[in-house]
Design a protein around this ligand. Structure first.
Ligand code: GAP
Length: 482
């Protein structure tokens, strides 16, 4: 079972401290969300699992943390200033702003080519999804990059001070390609991984944390010899399907989408998206799926674009601003070339949403009450163990429970809770995905043992306090990564 819809997660997320609407005391800010005490743990666990899979568990990938604000020329030569835009359409009646590529044609299909959408709008054959009017403007490009100005003295419209908040983390990797390759003495193939915030002034953000204007990305650029790109691309597609599966996403809720030629970004030779069933409530099965991550073959576009050397037949440089050449010299083959890049690019927030939706289950108690149990993978669970005293008015039991919590904390994320009866405390931990509850009772004072309760089976087991660390670590299946 998974969540029946995103709404089921929105309520749970707020009630249990995962995600709050941002700026709520001032009426909120559209499509902005803040991560609460459990949300920040979940995000960190997702990022840590990704970083481990990329940087620690492999020998061919380095990490990087580049700036959010880069030299404007980066975005000029990457193509973002000219092409990083969505086709914008306004409804003249209700003033809603719409994305032309998401508008449904009369046949009920979104994604028609822009020229076709313009034609259909002129013929008044497309309706505003908000008010049903056919009085729509023609599509026009709207650049998604957030603009800002640098320096205390700069005027708001001073072109010399213009800068952007990065819309992807990838460009920070390309402009550091040579730094990483040379400082770490890397030979092809090798990759550079980065996690960080990106910003896009989305025309139609929404669906909770699925599409927001500020979000976090986990991107890895894998540099290969031209000719080895297609096989590497396929390997990374397979790798990430397996990675999401290993962290608990059901294969039935994942599928691949091969982007057709007309959808490809300006830099891509081939892109395959991993889709997740984010909208299971939709009647039309095809509309239940949306992008979880993309895996693109960016060819040598970016390294060439940021290099000083390539020139046209008359010797005119394509990039007169760059001071470096980002080509690679293969010592063995005595050959110089621009590496191709395979890019697996995932969203932290979208991954968190998918993990939450997939983990959502409901279970009925013997008394006929329905409980939510969040069956998060132990590695992702915000809390690994909750230590609960059976009687909070017994100082010896409370003292023992607090001491157990303190002893567990260096080994794994543990909490102490005595704010309700034991049934309520179990229910609360089930709802936030805590794999184990450790209960201290009267007998514990006699036999130095506690009850360990399993979130998924509700089964209970008596464990000696002296064996508790090993017992939990074993059952959580964790190494040194809590
Ligand atoms: N460097 C390539 C790149 O940025 P993308 O498909 O535009 O590719 C990669 O973004 C991933 O980042 C997406 O698959 C999605 O998970 C996440 N993402 C993109 N825009 C987002 C947004 N507005 N809100 C939340 N996540 C977003």
């Amino acid at each position: 079972m998974a969540a029946p819809n995103i709404e089921a997660i929105v309520g749970l997320a707020k009630r249990r401290g995962f995600v709050f609407p941002s700026s709520e005391v001032y009426g909120g800010l559209g499509s902005s969300w803040d991560y609460g005490p459990l949300g920040v743990e979940l995000c960190n666990n997702v990022k840590r699992a990704w970083w481990r899979a990329m940087v620690y568990n492999r020998d061919d990938i380095e990490g990087l943390d580049s700036s959010i604000i880069l030299n404007r020329l980066v975005w000029k030569h990457s193509g973002h200033e000219d092409t990083f835009s969505d086709p914008l359409v306004d409804c003249r009646d209700c003033k809603t702003r719409l994305r032309a590529d998401k508008l449904e044609s009369p046949a009920g299909q979104p994604g028609a080519p822009e020229s076709e959408v313009a034609e259909l709008i002129r013929a008044k054959r497309i309706k505003c999804p908000n008010c049903g009017s056919t009085d729509l403007t023609e599509p026009r490009p709207f650049n998604l990059m957030f603009r800002t100005t640098l320096g205390a003295a700069s005027e708001a419209d001073d072109p010399a001070a213009l800068a952007y908040l990065r819309p992807e983390t990838a460009q920070g990797i390309f402009i550091n390609y040579l730094n990483v390759q040379q400082s770490m003495r890397r030979k092809l193939p090798f990759g550079v991984a980065q996690i960080g915030k990106s910003f896009r002034n989305e025309v139609t953000p929404g669906n909770f944390i699925f599409r927001t204007r500020e979000f976090e990305q986990m991107e890895m650029e894998y540099f290969v010899r031209p000719g080895e790109d297609e096989q590497s691309h396929q390997e990374w597609i397979d790798f990430f399907v397996a990675w999401y599966g290993s962290l608990g996403l059901s294969p039935a809720n994942l599928r691949l989408y091969e982007q057709p030629r007309e959808e490809l970004a300006h830099y891509a030779k081939r892109t395959v998206d991993i889709l997740y069933r984010f909208f299971p409530e939709r009647e039309d099965e095809a509309k239940q799926w949306d992008e979880l991550m993309g895996i693109a073959n960016r060819t040598d576009f970016d390294l060439r674009a940021h290099s000083k050397n390539p020139a046209d037949a008359e010797g005119k440089r394509f990039n007169p601003d760059s001071t470096e050449d980002l080509s690679y010299f293969d010592e063995a083959a005595k050959e110089r070339f621009y590496p191709y890049v395979i890019e697996p690019a995932a969203g932290v927030n979208r991954s968190v949403l998918a993990f939450l939706m997939d983990a959502y289950t409901e279970r009925t108690t013997e008394k006929g009450e329905t409980r939510v149990v969040l069956k998060l993978h132990p590695e992702l669970a915000p809390i690994k163990a909750a230590v609960l005293p059976l009687a909070k008015n017994k100082p010896e039991i409370v003292g023992m429970a607090k001491a157990i919590k303190r002893s567990l904390q260096p080994v794994l994320r543990a909490v102490y809770d005595d704010t309700g009866g034991i049934g309520k405390l179990y229910a609360r931990q089930d709802e936030v995905g805590t794999p184990f509850c450790v209960t201290v009772d009267h007998q514990s004072l006699e036999d130095e043992a506690v009850t360990v309760r399993d979130r998924d089976t509700w089964g209970q087991e008596r464990v000696k306090v002296s064996d508790l660390h090993e017992h939990l670590r074993g059952r959580l299946g964790l190494g040194n990564q809590c």
